[in-house]
Design a protein around this ligand. Sequence first.
Ligand SMILES: Cc1cc2nc3c(=O)[nH]c(=O)nc-3n(C[C@H](O)[C@H](O)[C@H](O)COP(=O)(O)OP(=O)(O)OC[C@H]3O[C@@H](n4cnc5c(N)ncnc54)[C@H](O)[C@@H]3O)c2cc1C
Length: 379
Amino acid sequence: MFSFKEQVEIKEKLIEFAQKSLIEDITKLDLQEEFNLEGWRKCAAWGIMGMPIPQEYGGKELDSLTTIYALEGLGYGCKDNGLLFSIAAHIWACEFPILTFGTQEQKLKYLPSLVKGEIIGGHAVTETEAGSDVYNLKTTATRKGDRYVLNGSKIFVTNGTIANLILVFANLEPALGKRGITGFLVEKDFPGFIVKKKMSKMGLRTAQMAELLLDNCEIPVSNRLGKEGAGMAIFSHSMEWERGFILASAIGSMERLLDQCVQYAKQRQQFQQPIGKFQQISSKLVDMKLRLETARGLLYKFGWLKQMGKSAFMEAAMTKLYISESWVQSCLDALQIHGGYGYLTELELERELRDALGSRVYSGTSEIQRQIIAQFMGL
Ligand SMILES: Cc1cc2nc3c(=O)[nH]c(=O)nc-3n(C[C@H](O)[C@H](O)[C@H](O)COP(=O)(O)OP(=O)(O)OC[C@H]3O[C@@H](n4cnc5c(N)ncnc54)[C@H](O)[C@@H]3O)c2cc1C
């Protein structure tokens, strides 16, 4: 476990790394919906993709809270939320399920190259008829000798066009309903794995998203993740981790936005005084600060629970819900504080808002997070 002093140092190192090295033209990449490959390589070289992964697989083996501090620093220093989203999908939706449910052979085969960023990971569960109602998925798997054959299609797959390895969920025994769902580690070169089309979206545009087709896609039995029928447990476990950690970098973004807004409110003069002297502006800044600190508190509590080895399914839902809603509102406030300049592309606030809006949908919508929390409250 790292000390608080070390955690703060790691956060500062990541801010410095991101501000000095992740200097690609994000406005251009966003416009062209291009993956930030340079940024990906630099993050991989720093060891970001392996932060929570044990050293025996090449990772940095940071504990949960230290990983959170590092991701916060990254979010503060790096404005490419699409890149950070790609990295988050890679870590929480691919590396982590392999680490938790994989055989030693699978871990040794995939984790070192995922950690080095040499291969890109993702996961595919969503289908046209299975969004929030995710276990209603229709992709099937059939055992044939030493292989499984997968048939179906997946949508909204983050990293879909560029991933080398995708954790695909399919149903082996549809008659069993969700208890038939099973996870498979699908390599992009397996026969029958097809990237059907790239999906365009309003924000996080440097993160690549795809619709995938599994057309008699053949998977060796050794690439099944966990037992037959364990898919629901794997998915639910990885959602807990993903929901808890995926917006740690958004806390950094919110802190950066707040600093930028405070500075602007002190410097921008209207009616012969700084706009920060108007209570309607300072109230917005106070609300941004409150949102940041309360969201951070939820995130740290989640990180602490995971560090203690506790289950934190409800806390993950609260963390995801509160950070995503706060991030969107703080982006709106930041735009308003900057007036007409905030609306300009070059100020990069409109992109931040577009990026933030996605967080209310991925990893389970805000409505679904509320439903989970309500269930834990016995409702
Ligand atoms: C940027 C982004 C990245 C994504 N990445 C991935 C990925 O890598 N892999 C992957 O598999 N999927 C991914 N997804 C898909 C994502 O998980 C789904 O979009 C999400 O779960 C919602 O499903 P849906 O879009 O079908 O909406 P629907 O489920 O159709 O929901 C439509 C609306 O109805 C509401 N609703 C639905 N059910 C209920 C209910 N029971 N109670 C109250 N309201 C309800 C929803 O909250 C929403 O407002 C991604 C999505 C986005 C936007």
